[in-house]
Design a protein. Structure first.
Length: 451
């Protein structure tokens, strides 16, 4: 731990002159509002440097991949030079319209069969296409009450390609007309007539008798993005627990004057659903800074929403901070960028970062400064860097933690820093200065009063 000190009585003497003469922008790199102006005379301003930061890639066992997490990410990013490639596959089931189901009329003739996924938004480039292929699953025992490892590709039959579609967010976000009725935005994938006719051939005392017999016939559907195209620059989000996530058979039948449809919908209580989420950092800038175990740490941080890269941060000897009254302790993380080639205009920063405190090994807890919340987050702020470029910055208050550490009521085992998303799996990312970065290093700014 290195501490650089400033006497704030000097700051108090000049701050009014600065603001009167220059009209300073308050969105500065370290901030101006840490303590009330009246307290400046009696306080010391210090910046703790020498913080060791390491980028870590490891499996995240906290990810819940099924159950009631109904919003899924889907697609493939292959054009991010900083963080590499990310692929998200979707596996899902649909259920019968009812037990002992039968199609209406007689002598049914297939019109078409369509898989619909309720569209819930996108991230990235709205014009970049994604191609999705639908396969028949052969995963044994696929079900809703199993928490599938997100890095495991579930079983599907490559020889059972049922259909493909190429879409963009721009072509997907609008409502659609289906048999004259308006439905909300959805990804629509037309499946093969062979598959549709196979469905028409099933009987109410066979595959259509119960959901169990139907799932023996159709274990599930795998929606697989094209992972080979070199210019994929977005991800789409789909909502499973929606009336627009369904398999629809359109057909005609004797005794019926118009096209009929039967809907095999997603059932939030019984239908299995899972995402396979794969990161590949090969060839990216981040690949040079992952799991290096450099004793001095990594000078650049690569932070992603989970599951992805996170930072282990340690502040050597912080427990030996002087016995003082802590007015403010603020951890400051600042984005770094080389400009357009980082593609920050396409791949967005997290709206928040999260901070957890290591307790024993890889076990963590929420820092005391979080209060009673389950997450301790710092929102993204936009500031101007030394080159006049607008960048992201995040600030965590550690007032209570440092005060308790000085009193020997806390431990100094380090922190885990990570991108935050409300989803279990997501792709926001930010490149930031590490503890040893020459210009935008991660810092702990402490303002204190001597007792």
């Amino acid at each position: 731990m290195k501490i650089k000190l400033r006497n704030l009585s000097y700051v108090a003497a000049i701050v009014s002159v600065l603001y009167a003469s220059t009209g300073c922008n308050q969105a500065t790199l370290l901030g101006t509002n840490l303590i009330p102006p009246g307290d400046l005379v009696n306080s010391q301003d210090s910046v703790v440097t020498g913080i060791i930061t390491r980028n870590v890639s490891q499996y995240d066992s906290s990810i819940i991949n099924n159950y009631s997490n109904y919003t899924h990410i889907l697609g493939s990013i292959t054009a991010d030079p900083v963080f590499g490639k990310t692929h998200a596959f979707l596996f899902m089931q649909v259920g019968l319209p009812q037990s002992a189901f039968t199609f209406e009329g007689t002598n049914q003739i297939l019109d078409s069969v369509v898989l619909s996924l309720s569209y819930a938004g996108y991230t990235g480039d709205s014009t970049s296409p994604q191609t999705f292929s639908v396969y028949r699953m052969n995963e044994t025992g696929f079900r809703i009450d199993s928490n599938y490892a997100y890095n495991k590709v579930l079983g599907y039959d490559n020889s059972q390609l049922l259909g493909t579609a190429t879409v963009t967010p721009l072509t997907t976000r609008d409502s659609v007309k289906v048999l004259g009725a308006t439905e909300t935005a959805q990804i629509r994938i037309k499946l093969s007539n062979a598959f549709g006719n196979e469905l028409l051939a099933q009987k109410s005392d066979g595959a259509f008798a119960t959901d169990s017999s139907f799932r023996a016939f159709l274990k599930g559907l795998a929606i697989i993005p094209d992972t080979m195209a070199a210019n994929h620059k977005n991800m789409l989000y789909v909502s499973m627990n929606s009336t627009n996530t369904k398999l629809t058979v359109f057909y005609k039948a004797n005794g019926k004057d118009s096209t009929m449809r039967s809907t095999f919908g997603f059932n939030g209580s019984t239908s299995g659903h899972s995402t396979t989420f794969l990161r590949n950092y090969n060839g990216s800038e981040a690949s040079n800074y992952i799991n290096t175990n450099n004793p001095k740490g990594d000078s650049i941080l690569f932070l992603q929403a989970a599951p992805g890269l996170f930072t282990k941060m340690t502040i050597p000897n912080l427990e030996n901070f002087p016995n003082v009254l802590i007015n403010s302790a603020e951890l400051v993380i600042t984005q770094i960028t080389v400009g357009e080639s980082d593609k920050n205009n396409i791949f967005i920063e997290p709206s928040n970062l999260t901070l957890r405190q290591y307790t024993n090994g890889d076990s963590t807890k929420v820092p005391i400064d979080a209060g009673s919340t389950s997450y301790y987050t710092a929102p993204k702020q936009i500031v101007t860097n030394f080159g006049g470029v607008m960048i992201a910055q995040y600030k965590f208050s550690l007032n209570h933690y440092l005060a308790q550490l000085i009193k020997k009521n806390e431990t100094n085992n380090g922190f885990k820093l990570e991108g935050f998303s409300s989803l279990m799996m997501d792709v926001p990312r930010v490149k930031a200065g590490g503890g040893s970065h020459s210009q935008y290093s991660l810092k702990l700014r402490v303002i204190y009063t001597k007792p």
